[in-house]
Each structure stands twice: as structure tokens, then as C-alpha cells.
Design a protein around this ligand. Structure first.
Ligand SMILES: N[C@@H](CCC[C@H](N)C(=O)O)C(=O)O
Length: 329
């Protein structure tokens, strides 16, 4: 069979879009998981952090399903949703849409460019919950707000929340960002462990100056990525709750793949976050394979988005310069 892929990224967090709205590939969840493992493998000519399946929806303009590199399905993906937002809006010639995801129907809309000539989308990140059962996190308490889990670290304080995929967020110093502590504890909580039966995305956050933070995330089902949209949203919210930033005010979030902007909202005690950033295309291609053996494939009709890639490199350079200045300050 032949599958058409669009390779896209949000802050260097890269994905393949597979459009099941226009094509009937006849995929079931085992096949979707197998495609994710095969196509995301970085030792092949493809390689990515996940696959975004775009499907028809009965309740929204389209439906997004997200599969991680290891074939697990995630309930949400912030950077991926921006890419799907662009894909769906351009396909339907609309400026805003509603996208059905596993746990919510989310609003997305085209925005003024975050940086010169960078296609930019705002996506709604919600629902948010601090209830430990929503992650799940097995502790004898209902919430974890800037507290230690001694079995994980003697000195780092964590906040646990779902947005609605699960996140563990720690505000840290520069030295902790540069140490291997994040990798060690992330591998632990994403393996067999007593706390997180379904694993968790782990973010270390370094406040740079008011309204500016740096976030590095070890993603469940993937490992370290350039950026994680839901993690940057969750981290922005945590910095507001700790008095480091303010709600309803843009927070510039730097990451290893560029930068995004988050605005945290609270209404009637419920929080949500606007995640605003690039939705960039890298290339499109056709992949020929037998669905029973998706790891053996050939790639055809490759078309690169050369201008778009060059333009994004400018944003990345700008973000890296700012980050160097502040991380090394
Ligand atoms: N990179 C994504 C999140 C993808 C899912 C995550 N690894 C999980 O398993 O929850 C983002 O941009 O939010």
C-alpha cells in the first residue's frame, strides 16, 4: 500500500501527519501503533517524535489521534495540535476550527506570525487537573504542589498535573538543567515503578526573567525531544501558581527547538492555557510498504518545503541567542 506523509514540526518536535479523512488506509490501532514504531525510528530515512492521525469527526472539524515513537497512544499533543490545526484550516480554507482529541474538543486558530513568515497557530490546552488520579500518580495524597518525592530526588520539588496528558514539572537551577538528573529520574518513572503506572512527561523549568522561561522535557514514549507543547503549557501554569509569572499575560517559552508563547487563563477555579507557536512543514512524501511489515518501506515523490525550513532556521537562531545569553548569565 501507499501512504502519504506530511512531515511537520512545532518547535522542532517533529511528526508525520497521516490523513485518514481523505484516504481510507483501513488502519486499526495495532496498525497505527506499528506505523508509529516503524516511521518514527530515527535510524531509518524517516524518523520523528510521533504520528498525528487526522480523521473525520462527528462533533468537530476533524479528529486528531497521537501515537508516540514507541507505539503508545497519548491523550494530547500541543505541538502536534498546532500542526494539525494548520493542516485542517488550510484544507478546509478556514481560519479557526475545533479539533476532537481523546479527552476534549479543542479550539484552534490561525494567528499573526510569531516570527517573520512563520505559520503560527493558537491551540487550547485543556482540561487541566491537579488531581493525582488524573495522571495517574500513586501517592497517599490528592495533589502534589511543589513538593518532594524523596524516592525520586532528595532536593527537587515537583508539581504533578494533567493537561490532560500527565506531567511532572520542577523549577530548577541552571546546574540541574545541565546535569543528568532529569534523564535518570525520567527513565525511572517511565519504566516499571511504584508511582506512575502509565509513565509521565518530565519537565525541568528554568525561569530566565519575568515572562520568560526555558523548558526541557523528557517525553513519555519518546525520550528527550526539542520541545513538548503540553509540557510548556503545564510549566507556564506552574510558574504562575508559584508567583514567578502572571496569568493572562504572555509568557515566552524557550526550548531546544525554538520558542512558543503561552497565556494561562483561570475562570471559576479552572485553568486553561493558550499555546501559540509555529506549525511548520518540512516535506511531504509517499511511502510504499506492506502493512504486515511496515518497517520495510520505500520513499517516493519527496517534496521539501525549502523556503519554510530556511525561515524557521532564523527563528531558531534568534531563540538560541536569547537562551545562551540568559542561561549563561
Ligand atoms: N510532544 C507532545 C506530547 C506527546 C505525547 C506525550 N509524549 C505523552 O505521552 O503524553 C506535545 O507537544 O504536547
Amino acid at each position: 500500500m501507499k501512504i502519504e506523509l506530511t512531515k511537520c514540526h512545532g518547535s522542532g518536535n517533529d511528526f508525520f501527519i497521516i490523513d485518514e479523512m481523505n484516504h481510507s488506509y483501513d488502519l486499526d490501532d495495532n496498525k497505527r501503533a506499528a506505523l508509529a514504531r516503524a516511521f518514527c525510528n530515527r535510524s531509518t530515512d524517516l524518523g520523528a517524535d510521533g504520528i498525528l492521525f487526522v480523521l473525520a469527526s462527528d462533533v468537530s472539524d476533524a479528529k486528531m489521534r497521537v501515537f508516540n515513537t514507541d507505539g503508545s497512544e497519548a491523550s494530547m499533543c500541543g505541538n502536534g495540535l498546532r500542526c494539525v490545526a494548520r493542516y485542517v484550516c488550510e484544507k478546509l480554507s478556514i481560519e479557526e476550527a475545533t479539533i476532537e482529541t481523546m479527552k476534549a474538543n479543542l479550539q484552534v486558530k490561525n494567528q499573526p506570525d510569531i516570527f517573520e513568515n512563520i505559520p503560527t497557530y493558537l491551540v487550547e490546552i485543556s482540561p487541566v487537573s491537579f488531581d493525582l488520579d488524573s495522571l495517574p500518580l500513586k501517592l497517599n495524597q490528592n495533589q502534589l504542589m511543589n513538593e518532594k518525592i524523596p524516592a525520586l530526588s532528595e532536593n527537587i520539588q515537583f508539581t504533578a498535573l494533567s493537561v490532560p496528558n500527565p506531567h511532572l514539572v520542577a523549577i530548577v537551577e541552571k546546574e540541574q538543567i545541565q546535569s543528568n538528573e532529569q534523564e535518570t529520574l525520567s527513565k525511572y518513572v517511565n519504566g516499571e515503578n511504584e508511582f506512575f503506572p502509565d509513565g509521565v512527561n518530565v519537565s525541568f523549568v528554568k525561569p530566565l526573567k519575568k515572562g520568560h522561561i526555558y523548558v526541557r522535557t523528557f517525553e513519555r514514549g519518546v525520550g528527550f525531544t526539542n520541545a513538548c507543547g503540553t509540557a510548556m503549557s503545564a510549566s507556564s501554569l506552574v510558574t504562575c501558581l508559584q508567583g514567578l509569572n502572571e496569568m493572562e499575560t504572555p509568557i515566552e517559552v524557550y526550548n531546544n527547538g525554538g520558542k512558543v508563547r503561552c497565556v494561562v487563563h483561570e475562570q471559576n477555579g479552572l485553568q486553561s492555557i493558550d499555546l501559540i507557536g509555529n506549525a511548520s512543514y518540512l516535506y511531504r512524501c509517499d511511502v510504499e510498504l506492506e502493512i504486515e511489515n511496515p518497517e520495510i518501506f520505500t520513499i517516493d515523490n519527496n517534496k521539501e518545503y525549502v523556503e519554510e525550513v530556511m525561515q524557521y532556521a532564523k527563528l531558531q537562531k534568534h531563540a538560541a541567542e536569547f537562551l545562551n545569553e540568559w542561561i549563561n548569565a
